[in-house]
Design a protein around this ligand. Structure first.
Ligand SMILES: [Mn+2]
Length: 291
């Protein structure tokens, strides 16, 4: 099964390449299930983004205009293959979109991206900084791992929605001068001002990573690390589409855990966020020849 919004089978024709990465080997949580997310999200997309009427099917369109993107669902791939495929997709002038799986997959994506592009900024939506450096290459060290990649510019990157940092993470954030817009900053600023701040901070090659635990458990209970006091569904979509419309190299949606979900509401939101973000993404930073 493919995502309901996939509308081409041709790599050549696609401008967006979506891949599932059903892997949670980088998670040390006792809550298992993130590897089930890509499959579940595809099924949910057919229930929630498709209207059936008199034998015909109609795809639900995004909020802003019609879905003009040519989207290939590449299917599920192994975590070890992510970096290579992302590199190939980006070099072909297309936008890679990863669906996890646990958050450590983001490091693999950035690894591939950083082989093809320079001056990469990341925008990281997460309840947690994921900036542990005393243990590496797991879902708690993602930002420490990607900060070490050449071509990733930490000082022109930003974390949004943080509300549950460990002491070590606060020290690492400060030491590496990573801008952080906590959830209370966001409440004070409003989402529109957050987007303005992001626009001022990031360079032209932007990668967006979404940990679904950035959303409040009231809207997204089916995650690895539910943390109260998070974004609403509409704030998530407003932020993700706003960031995307400024130009996006690629993005990911991680950490949905279907076994902990309630009537697929987290998968449903994640799928909606995928479709809306793809639809809003502008081609800035993407060209078939530049590197
Ligand atoms: Mn995370």
């Amino acid at each position: 099964m493919r995502f309901a919004f996939a509308n081409t089978e041709s790599f050549q024709e696609a401008d967006t390449v979506v891949m599932g990465v059903p892997d949670e080997g980088g998670s040390i949580s006792t809550r298992r299930g993130a590897s089930k997310a890509p499959g579940r999200m595809r099924r949910v997309s057919h229930r929630r983004l498709v209207v059936r009427r008199e034998k015909a099917t109609h795809l639900i369109q995004p909020q802003r205009g019609i879905l003009a993107s040519k989207i290939l669902d590449y299917g599920d791939i192994k975590k070890e293959a992510v970096a290579g495929i992302v590199e190939r997709v980006v070099r072909a002038g297309k936008r890679p979109v990863m669906v996890g799986g646990d958050h450590s997959i983001t490091y693999e994506a950035l690894k591939g991206l950083s082989r093809a592009k320079k001056g990469i900024s990341f925008v990281y939506l997460d309840a947690h900084p994921d900036f542990i450096c005393s243990k590496r290459e797991y879902y708690g060290s993602v930002v420490c791992d990607i900060a070490d990649l050449k071509n990733v510019d930490v000082e022109r990157s930003v974390e949004i929605g943080v509300r549950a940092p460990e002491l070590e993470e606060m020290e690492n954030v400060a030491a590496r001068r990573l801008a952080t817009i906590t959830i209370s900053d966001l409440v004070g600023m409003g989402v529109k001002e957050v987007l303005r701040e992001v626009g001022k901070r990031v360079g032209k090659n932007v990668y967006l990573s979404i940990d679904m635990d950035v959303v409040d458990p009231a809207f997204a209970p089916g995650v690895n690390m539910p943390t109260p006091g998070g974004l609403s569904s509409k704030e998530l979509i407003y932020l993700a589409t706003g960031i995307a419309s400024g130009g996006l190299l690629g993005f990911d949606v991680m950490e949905v855990s279907p076994p902990y979900d309630i009537q697929d509401m987290t998968s449903d939101l994640a799928v909606r966020c995928l479709m809306e973000t793809i639809a809003s993404a502008r081609n800035a930073g993407i060209s078939r020849t530049s590197r």
